[in-house]
Design a protein around this ligand. Sequence first.
Ligand SMILES: [Zn+2]
Length: 343
Amino acid sequence: MKAILFYTHGGPEVLQYADFPMPEPGHGRVLVRLKAAALNRMDLLTRLGWPGLRLEYPHIPGADGAGEVAAVGEGVSQWKVGDRVVINSNLSCGRCEYCVAGMDNRCRTWQLLGETQRGTYAQYISLPEQNLFPIPEHISERSAAAAALVFQTAWHSLITRGGLRPGETVLIVGASGGVNTACIQVSKLAGGIVYVVGSSAEKLEYAESLGADFLIDRSKEQNWSRTIFELTGKRGVDVIVDNVGITFPQSFRAARKGGRILTVGNTGGAKFEIDNRYIFSKHLTIIGSSMANRKDFSTVMELIYTGKLTPVLDADFPLEKAALAQEYLAQGKQKGKITLSIA
Ligand SMILES: [Zn+2]
């Protein structure tokens, strides 16, 4: 089969479009012929590498993908050849204390497809049968692949972990990026009132098109926590989605007393100083999460299929142009998901 491979960390030039042995379905596993993959920032981080990341080379990037069942291994009961499927990229053991409690995204041996295991930038992939979810006729592989990682992450953070309730105010720090834009849609669906802080008028216009109620341009208002404070009648907001990291000091100031700060990542840097006085004097709760459990995944995909949540698509590249697609993602100019078409 053809796949995108890399043998060493580095820039997009390390990606090669080359032949790789076809995977076997194996016991309890399904061979999927991929038709679409979607890019995530994680793909860039994995390619660049970080201390402690050990990959089996050649590595194949990609967490998101969709296609159809090409073969089933022994013991597979849920799938038959030709079924259209989308991938849930949480790889879990199914047996540890977290898995048996339905918290498979906290599995003791949890791995993310495409990060530490070979991923979806390929014509075929073999996966455990429980990592697949059906796609109905009216949904394209491209849309399903583009939705999977970002919407499950947004849902688990805001709803399952964050306990967002109708009428609550939500501040989303950052107007672009797949998870943040999914957070706008999930917050609106849950009945939230959404404030977005963005770096340009263009990005904020995009946030507004997705349902954001209040827009704050941080290129004009650097002290945006003060703006939030004033917009909310000196109360602050109930819930803050901060996946930037270095913006936490401003997020603390923008929160109401008893507010919750949600985080699933750090696009702006992982390490920063925290003024502890904000946390105790404002009774703040900081809630971290990563990806989603299997129940949240199926919930969110059904909401995609019924049109309650809509994946927003940007550019599509053929698989062999994955390096170009990653460069485009790195520029950060996209509005919506970047995808790969796999022939
Ligand atoms: Zn487990």
